[in-house]
Write a protein of this length. Structure first.
Lengths: 425, 285
């Protein structure tokens, strides 16, 4: 990639010069500082975000903030950032990063350290999961912006009709689902995401963690353990032994499972918070019949949801580092997170907002979500997460599609992960 | 002296075309080959020359062998079916006298739909819960979700999509067979079967080979159709070489190893092309 011929370089320069000349007319006035904020496409009116950026410009005379959106696809964003940051591009200053990228980008030396913005005292204002995700070797490289985590959706009406409480443990969930399925012939017990993709890893981690297991511990691989085997055997049993999850789970991503549940064809569902808003639509078939709670856990374990969400970071090669980190501070402030939460329905990363009367009135679900986010955990925080996830996706899919036993799959996954870490060390 | 200059000239005429070929084909190819000899991951700073390390890793990578087997199976089965079906349909259409244009249009339709769109369409049809396929057949097969079915389901979609291309090529070939040969056969009282086996098929062979070359190369590189349909799952059962290369290159950002994977696709396709080229030479002889 680096060895570009001189001719090609000259061509690029010429094109670049032409572009600069073309854009020159709309460029910044002399003495102005331009901060470019790169983020994924927002679903909704861009005005509320722009208003926040305008406010920042008013507070910082001479600074102009340009926001530029990337495609909504996570892979595309990851690629864009990696290629540009690797090439030391200074074309953007502040970037929105997925929770699984921070360690990777920080390790590669692409992000500025932001420990200054988040001294230990300030960290307590955020949920612990996102703080863990933005910390790499004791230093902070991004500030949590919005959080997301797995939830258990249930049919209030059906549980009431058959006099069952909301399940607290996985075992209870299976018993309840089987009992209700016996009396409601057209209802699936429990739907979740089992296609071979990132979402499968998110789902599976929740079983591992809620049984006291996991993937990494202090940088060591702890995958092939009795607790993990037990947890994944349970996940597979949901389909193959208990029959509470339909076999089609091996093709299910978020939306198909949301459709099944939304059409009233499932008792329980694991999904992210976004589905809640869609069920509140009066036209929804399950309107008023849905409840939400923390995911169940195994006997003796604690509930643990997989964390998702977005953080703001500063490009290491930014020429406006000071203004950029000020912008991060501004956008992750209590006020900004509140306004964006009201405008876009995102869940703020700051715990204080979950007791804000105005926000709670607009989004009563936040009361439940606070409990979920408090124990939500980031996926293995490692610079090699993408490769780790690719191995897990393939082995986990082999378990639920019945190709491998949990024992065989975990042993294979452990062997492959060891190889990756040894290879990278 | 004069003769030599005359011979020199065509080279100059070839230069612009040759240069274009070098820039758009040979340079990228050489670059990928060069990358495949390096340890070059975006996460690792400067790339490092490692010789054949990536290829050694390839040899020991079960996921690569699995992808190669999937790709070979997909290519062999889908191309065989497309050729057989394409031939049957082309022979039938060749006999139709009226409404041929309409038939062309209808048959070409699947070929004209963008792959990603038709893959989405098939994803819905294959859906185990609400798919029209299970509804019509009265079955409960998890087409895309069981390792035994998924790759075959992808093959069915590819056959639906690509058979029209084969039909079109073979129809053109059929029209190129001189009528006189058939008339002579009729005079000699040849049966329909011997006309097909002794006249039509041998004279159609070169065109069939062209169709084979195109379809095999396409099938070996298959990416979008399967990626949209299954993403390579379940349990890697539909992961082809191109899908694996995409995951390594564009998700894992391992340019060195990903390039080695890409080179392996190139080598497979190249071998298939050489094999066909040889067949073609013999057929033309």
């Amino acid at each position: 990639m680096r060895r570009v011929s001189r001719g090609a370089r000259a061509l690029c320069l010429a094109c670049g010069a032409a572009l600069v000349a073309a854009c020159g007319a709309g460029g910044p006035a002399p003495g102005q500082t331009v901060v470019v904020f790169k983020h994924g496409k927002l679903f909704g009116d861009p005005a509320p975000l722009r208003a926040l950026l305008d406010e920042f410009e008013r507070q910082h005379p001479g600074v102009v903030v340009r926001d530029e959106t990337l495609p909504a696809g996570s892979d595309e964003q990851h690629q864009f950032y990696a290629i540009n940051l690797q090439a030391r591009s200074a074309a953007f200053d502040v970037l929105a990063v997925d929770v699984i990228w921070v360690a990777e980008f920080a390790h590669a030396g692409w992000l500025q350290e932001l420990t200054r913005l988040l001294p230990p005292a300030e960290r307590a204002a955020f949920f612990p999961g996102p703080i863990e995700a933005v910390t790499h070797q004791g230093r902070v490289y991004a500030v949590p912006w919005f959080v997301d985590a797995g939830l258990l959706y249930y049919r209030k009406d059906l549980l009431e009709k058959h006099a069952f409480p909301v399940p607290r443990t996985w075992e209870e969930l299976v018993r309840t689902a089987r009992a209700v399925m016996a009396r409601e012939p057209r209802i699936a017990g429990f739907v979740w995401q089992g296609k071979q993709y990132e979402g499968l890893v998110c789902n599976a981690l929740e079983y591992l963690w809620s049984n006291g297991g996991g993937v990494l511990s202090g940088g060591r691989i702890v995958l092939d353990t009795p607790r993990n085997r037990q947890a994944l055997a349970f996940m597979s049993d949901l389909v193959h032994r208990f029959g509470v999850t339909p076999g089609s789970v091996t093709t299910a991503t978020e939306e198909p499972s949301r459709h099944v549940f939304g059409q009233g064809r499932a008792l329980f569902m694991r999904n992210w918070p976004y589905a809640w808003r869609l069920f509140q639509d009066p036209g929804s078939r399950v309107h008023g019949k849905v409840g939400v709670t923390t995911l169940p856990h195994f006997e003796g374990g604690i509930p643990a949801a997989t964390l998702g969400g977005w953080q703001l970071a500063v490009n290491r090669h930014s020429r406006q580092a000071a203004a950029a980190s000020e912008l991060v501070r501004h956008l992750t402030s209590v006020q900004a997170q509140k306004r964006l939460a009201l405008a876009y329905g995102f869940q703020p990363a700051r715990t204080a907002l979950y007791r804000d009367p105005e926000l709670l009135a607009a989004q009563p679900l936040l009361q439940v979500l606070e409990r979920v986010f408090a124990t939500a955990r980031p996926r293995p925080v490692t610079p090699y997460y993408v490769r780790v996830s690719q191995v897990l996706q393939s082995e986990l899919s082999a378990i639920i599609s019945g190709r491998k036993s949990p024992e065989a799959a975990l042993a294979a996954a452990e062997r492959k992960l060891r190889k990756i870490l040894a290879d990278e060390a | 002296m004069k003769l030599e200059r005359e011979l020199d000239r065509p080279l100059w005429y070839l230069l612009p075309g040759g240069l274009l070929l070098v820039v758009v084909t040979l340079f990228p190819l050489g670059h990928v080959l060069w990358l495949s000899l390096q340890r070059h991951s975006l996460l690792h700073g400067p790339p490092r020359f490692v010789g054949l390390d990536n290829y050694l890793r390839l040899a020991g990578d079960e996921r690569f062998w699995n992808a190669l087997a999937n790709t070979a199976y997909f290519a062999a089965v889908s191309v065989a079916l497309e050729l057989a079906l394409g031939l049957a349909i082309a022979l039938m259409i060749a006999r139709v006298r009226r409404g041929r244009r309409l038939l062309y249009g209808v048959i070409l339709l699947p070929w004209a739909v963008p792959t990603a769109v038709s893959a989405r369409m098939w994803e819905w049809m294959y859906d185990a819960e609400i798919g029209v396929l299970n509804y019509l057949a009265g079955t409960h097969v998890n087409w895309l979700g069981s390792p035994a079915w998924a790759l075959n389901a992808a093959i069915a979609m590819d056959v639906w999509k690509s058979t029209p291309f084969v039909v079109l090529l073979l129809l053109a070939g059929l029209q190129g067979i001189p009528r006189d040969v058939y008339r002579a056969a009729a005079v000699d009282g040849a049966s329909g079967w011997s006309v097909l086996v002794r006249i039509t098929l041998p004279l159609l062979a070169p065109v069939m080979l062209v169709a084979l070359v195109f379809r095999t190369i396409d099938a070996f590189r298959v990416f979008d159709a399967i990626y949209v349909l299954t993403g390579g799952g379940p349990a890697d059962s539909t992961e082809t070489l191109s899908i694996y290369a995409y995951k390594v290159l564009f998700q894992g950002l391992e340019f060195g190893y990903g390039s080695a994977l890409a080179v392996s696709v190139f080598v497979c396709v190249g071998l298939a092309a050489l094999f066909y080229a040889r067949l073609m030479r013999e057929a033309l002889r």
